[in-house]
Design a protein around this ligand. Structure first.
Ligand SMILES: [Zn+2]
Length: 220
């Protein structure tokens, strides 16, 4: 009797062809609520590359001015790690900047913090870096804002990234926190305002969806 497995393979020439192709560099999106350790995870990944003598390029959003080393262009994590990084503004051409750097000294990885602030075109530029330069691109950012709306960069990354990885933080109830509640100086929930209000993690509380909607009084 013919072995089913062998017959199967003969019917799938394209699959066999695909298996022989070299591995592609991927565009990754590590997303979470606030305080899930995104910057820490990014800096650990960067360390792993550099420890092996590989060159990396770090990026963070230009509008993030927190921390006293802001003038030093640093990515900082809450547990005290930090590293120098380039800053992207809305008009920054990431393809041009990364491909130019790569031609001087080959890059093994590009890491982007605060990726929720990327524009859609910039996310496509990062996809091009992965596809045409063969460099893995690791993006770290928030999924939604204080009203539960997708950030532009998160929307584009959720749409086209090869790998979506959720980093988990915990609500006070013990559930996974997926939402970011904005609070005022008195700790009261803020319902309206600009999507971006940089200036302190203490203005946000990471909550599960149940406690987020309760805090905003949505179902009253
Ligand atoms: Zn909760």
């Amino acid at each position: 009797m013919a072995r089913p497995q062998a017959r199967c393979q003969s019917h799938w020439p394209f699959a066999a062809q695909a298996l022989s192709l070299p591995a592609m560099a991927k565009l990754y999106f590590y997303y979470s609520s606030m305080n899930a350790g995104k910057s820490t995870t990014l800096l650990q990944a960067d360390f792993n590359y550099r420890e092996r003598g590989m060159q990396t390029m770090l990026w963070t959003a230009a509008l993030d001015d927190r921390g006293e080393r802001a003038a030093d262009h640093a990515i900082e994590s809450r547990i005290g790690l930090h590293a120098r990084a380039h800053r992207f503004a809305p008009e920054t051409d990431l393809w041009a900047r990364i491909s130019a750097a790569h031609s001087v000294e080959p890059l093994s990885c590009v890491l982007v913090d605060e990726a929720q602030f990327l524009g859609e075109a910039q996310v496509w530029q990062l996809a091009r870096v992965a596809d045409q330069l063969g460099i893995p691109v690791l993006c770290y950012g928030l999924r939604t804002d204080f009203q539960g709306e997708l950030f532009p960069g998160a929307k584009a990354l959720l749409g086209i990234a090869d790998s979506l990885i959720e980093l988990k933080a915990v609500c006070h109830c013990g559930r996974k926190s997926s939402m970011n509640l904005r609070v005022d100086a008195e700790g009261k929930a803020v319902k309206q305002g600009a999507q971006t209000e940089i200036g302190g993690n203490d203005r946000y509380v990471a909550l599960c969806r149940k406690h987020f909607t309760e805090a905003l009084g949505w179902w009253k």
